[in-house]
Ligand binder design. Sequence first.
Ligand code: SF4
Ligand code: MG
Length: 315
Amino acid sequence: DNILEVRNLQKHFNLSNNRVLKAVDGLNFAIKRGETFGLVGESGCGKSTTGRTIIRLYEASGGQILFNGEDVQKMSGEKRKKFNRDMQMVFQDPYASLNPRMTVGKIIGEGMEIHGLYSGKEKKERISQLLRDVGLNEEHASRFPHEFSGGQRQRIGIARALAIEPQFIIADEPISALDVSVQAQVVNLFKKLQKDRGLTYLFIAHDLAMVKHISDRIGVMYLGKLVEVATSDKLNAKPLHPYTQTLLSAIPVPDPDVQKQRKRIIPQGEIPSPLNPPSGCPFRTRCPHAMDQCAATMPPFKEVEPGHYAACHLL
Ligand code: SF4
Ligand code: MG
């Protein structure tokens, strides 16, 4: 039961001097209802652009986005309105994403007004309830964002996203800007809300160590392409793509004996510019296993084992 299906999704940006930035270049994946799908990769790999294109903050350059089986790009009128409710986003920066001149109550209630959901006393009660649901309290409704810590502001951002009862939340690095000490609390809040409300998450992160605990399945992106998709368990136990192997090898393990045996694989050199990606396999300039074939042709993204997809000529 897929709530979201993405087929050959592309988002290209035309820059000056006829240059084209292929930020998202042919993604295929599906997200099941009620699961958390983690999308990881280094900064600039296109993961935020993917999220923004799915929610239609950007128009796709190509491909299809199906939400509950319906083509998102063809939605208009009531269907579009419903989609705008059903899918919400939580942003990375809880400082920049909340209007400093609005009270917390107004910020959370704004969407309810736009969508004509609640008003008056009922709206006020809903806002109080939402504040409690995210670990704040109703007195906070009359205060302004600057009066809160980073973690609290992210809770406000989550309450705002929940205010219009979405089915699907895109969380774009929602904890990266927070102190390490509060990151786990916010992750736990996401988990609890998912359980209580049956939410589905697309959880974007640059850190595999973080996303592997919250995600049921994970997609690994590199230079605008998905290089591997698997369940979180499989990806951790048996990563198939050399890029995923380098990401995993960088995560410390608690057991010192296991840690000793584990070899840190360091990818060679820097990430190439997405404006000028390598021919063939995008990872070939940094891959310890690169062969002639890797420069010549792009490896297909294929199902190597049931439910485990990867794009590498070694497979
Ligand atoms: Fe490395 Fe070649 Fe596989 Fe790319 S296709 S990950 S360069 S072995
Ligand atoms: Mg980003």
